[in-house]
Design a protein around this ligand. Sequence first.
Ligand code: NAP
Length: 248
Amino acid sequence: MSNNIEGKVVVITGASSGLGEATARLLSEEGASVVLGARRIDRLKSLADELTANGGKALAVATDVTHHDQVKKLVDAAVQKFGRIDVMINNAGLMPHSPLERLKIDDWDRMIDVNIKGVLYGIAAALPYMKQQKAGHIINVSSVAGHKVTPNGAVYCATKHAVRALSEGLRVEVKPYNIRTTIISPGAVATELPDSVTEPDEAERIRKFYKEVAIPAESFARAVAFAISQPEDVDVNEILFRPTRQEL
Ligand SMILES: NC(=O)c1ccc[n+]([C@@H]2O[C@H](COP(=O)([O-])OP(=O)(O)OC[C@H]3O[C@@H](n4cnc5c(N)ncnc54)[C@H](OP(=O)(O)O)[C@@H]3O)[C@@H](O)[C@H]2O)c1
C-alpha cells in the first residue's frame, strides 16, 4: 500500500539542521525526493550526499529565505529537477528571545524577516505551481509560541501567531485549487534553536529548559509524515505537540 509520501517532491527550508534536517531524512527514507534550502550550503550538500548514497533523491540549494528571489529559485530548481512540487515546508526560523525593554531591534527584524516574510516567500514560490497542478500541500512551522505568549518571547510569539494566521488565511483561499495546508506547532525539541538567542542570560535559561524537557527532532519529522501521508481528501490543518514533561 502506498504511504502517500513515496515519489512526492518535497521542498524544505531550514534543512541544514534540527527539524528540517530530521524531516528530510525521514521523508527521504519514505521515498520522497527532497529539495533542501538553507544558507549553510556545505551542510546541505553533505546531507544530500548522504541521502543519495542511501538510495534517495535529494538536491541542495543555497537559500536565504529573507530574499524572495532566492526562495523562488529554490522552488524553481525543485520543479526543474523533479518535474513538480508536491509539498512546501516553510520551516526556517530563529528564536532570539529577550525582554522588549532591551530594544534588540536587529533581532526583532531578523525574526520578522525569517519567521514571517520567509514563510510568505515560500508560499509565493510554491503557490503558482500548485495552482497549476491543482494539487499540493503547504506546511508552515509555528510553535507552542503561536498559541501562548511568554515573557521575553513577545516578538517570537508574534511571529509564530502570524504564521498560524497566514496559514489559516491560506487554507480558506486555496480550496478551489485542491491544496492542503498544515500548521505544525512543536513544543521544545532538541535542535540548534537555542543557539539563536543573542542575550547570554536568556540563552542560558533556554538551554537549561531544553536540556530538561526537549525531545528528539524525529518527533517533528513523524508529525510531518503523518500529515503528508493522509489520503489526498484529508487535510490535516494543525498539529500541536509537546514533550510529555513540558508544562508550558
Ligand atoms: N526546536 C524547537 O523547540 C522548536 C519549537 C517550536 C518551533 N520551532 C521552529 O522550528 C523551525 C526550525 O527550527 P529548529 O528548531 O530546527 O532550529 P535550528 O536547528 O536552529 O534550525 C533552523 C534552520 O533555519 C535555517 N535558517 C535560519 N535563518 C535562515 C535564513 N535567513 N534563510 C534560510 N534558512 C535559515 C537554518 O539554516 P542556515 O543557518 O543554514 O541558514 C536552520 O536550518 C523554526 O521555525 C523554529 O521557530 C522549533
